[in-house]
Design a protein around this ligand. Structure first.
Ligand code: FES
Length: 395
């Protein structure tokens, strides 16, 4: 027998369920399931079988669908919960700072384990995963109100106060209420609980990292706190001509317009330079940056795809692409390794196009890739080109 089976209680609940459903667009009533589960918890103290049937009936879904959701989230309790749900964070941060000891002390004192309720039905204990307050670790909550920087002693004191009928003041948030009351609030029916403290009180642990960074003058590379935030009007004005340009250029798209050819020419020159060759030879993300035209610093950077070209450039034979076992003296013996890097850059003069069109194996488009020297390792054992060697060669 649960309260939900009481006809009067049920009639009230039907009204409240309708209020919840009305918050969602038509045809999306099943989205109201989460708050509705909190609602039935606010009556029975857990998601009872009667509560599951109630939700299914109100939302026009099956009991199995309701149960699937109710058993997935830990905030929906499957057994009657005490007046106070005491959750101790035993995740890494809190655990090592004393959360584990606090939980053990409470478990021993209350003689209950995880998700169990004391015989008098007043307190349910659970260990919780990160409660999203690591800066105040170790933390525990009572009916989801925070008690910061606890230890075993203060946790025991807190629980004893609850047993004595007191309602200790949380570190922040609102005053304590019962589990059923907080469940109703989670269903979306606010109450008049006032805040217990200025939310900015005790903020120091949250900004401790900032303070240290300021003291040590540490900042994120490339980030300047005083960087002005551009106004939207300025941004619109800046982007307006760019948007208009394609419309004007459209009729001449078939012919190479001088203005359009200019940007392509610059990378072409850069690609012919040693720096560009070095950039083409590298497989790292850093490398290509050196190949960008020096006078085009303001141009937006095109995300570059990692290219595996140089790694397979020593041979076009797929059988030889597999990593070969390296032996001393062979790693730097293949001249093809030093010669190959320049080839990918020759596939196209447009770096943006290059990243898309350059084949994985440059040897397929570059007949000039030299074969390994006759006195090097047999072809079948040739090690794959090592980009580190290539870079050294470029230097
Ligand atoms: S680890 Fe305890 S709040 Fe995050």
């Amino acid at each position: 027998m649960t309260e939900l089976t009481d006809e009067t209680v049920r009639a009230d609940l039907v009204e409240q369920a309708a209020t919840i459903v009305a918050r969602y667009p038509e045809g999306r009533s099943r989205s109201a399931l989460l708050p509705m589960l909190h609602l039935v918890q606010s009556v029975d103290g857990y998601v009872s079988p009667a509560g599951i049937a109630f939700c299914a009936e109100q939302l026009g879904i099956t009991k199995a669908e309701v149960a699937a959701v109710a058993t997935f989230y830990t905030m929906y309790k499957r057994r009657p919960t005490g007046e106070y749900l005491v959750s101790v964070c035993t995740n890494t941060m809190c655990g090592v700072l004393g959360g584990d000891k606090a939980y053990e002390a409470l478990s021993e004192y209350l003689e209950v384990g995880h998700d169990q309720t004391t015989e008098d039905g007043r307190i349910t204990l659970e260990h919780a995963e990160c409660l999203a307050a690591c800066d105040y670790a170790p933390v525990m909550t009572v009916n989801y109100e925070y008690f910061d920087q606890i230890d075993a002693d203060s946790a025991l004191t807190l629980v004893k106060q609850l047993q004595d009928g007191e309602r200790p003041v949380p570190s922040r948030g609102a005053r304590l209420c019962s589990f059923k009351q907080i469940s109703r609030e989670l269903a979306g029916f606010s109450d008049d609980r006032s805040a217990v403290a200025d939310p900015m009180n005790g903020i120091e642990p949250t900004v401790a990292g900032n303070r240290v960074a300021e003291e040590r003058r540490v900042s994120v590379p490339g980030y300047y706190p005083n960087t002005p935030i551009p106004k939207k009007a300025d941004q619109d004005a800046k982007s307006a001509p760019a948007k208009a340009a394609p419309a004007k250029a459209a009729p001449a798209a078939a012919a190479p317009a001088p203005a359009a050819a200019a940007p392509a020419a610059a990378p072409a020159e850069a690609a012919a330079s040693p720096a560009a060759k070095a950039a083409a030879a590298t497989t790292s993300d850093e490398g290509p940056k050196t190949a960008e035209p020096a006078g085009d610093a303001a141009a937006p950077k095109t995300p570059r795809r990692r290219s595996s070209g140089p790694l397979v450039s020593a041979t076009a034979d797929p059988a030889k692409r597999r990593p070969a076992k390296r032996t001393p003296g062979t790693e730097r013996s293949a001249p093809a390794v030093a010669q190959a890097p320049a080839q990918p850059a020759q596939a196209t003069t447009d770096p943006q196009v290059k990243d898309v069109e350059t084949p994985e194996n440059p040897a397929e488009t570059s007949p000039t890739v030299p074969e390994p020297a006759a006195d090097s390792k047999p072809a079948g054992d040739a090690p794959p080109a090592d980009p580190r060697n290539q870079n050294e060669g470029q230097k």
